[in-house]
Design a protein around this ligand. Sequence first.
Ligand code: F3S
Length: 66
Amino acid sequence: MTVRIKVNVAGCVGHARCAAVAPEVYELDENGFNVTAEKEVPEALRAQAVRGMRACPERIISIEQE
Ligand code: F3S
């Protein structure tokens, strides 16, 4: 099973908290903006992906199960 992540990158203001708590899931550009618009990660990274989603104050990250 995989976990599908969507980030509304247009709404990202560069808090960088997502990658701070989930560095294996979310990728930032050199200015600290999330560039992970859509990604599938293995089930083993679900907890990390969820932590990153909850860490974003802008609430622009969503997660679906495949
Ligand atoms: Fe952007 Fe939220 Fe991460 S504003 S850098 S997606 S914590």
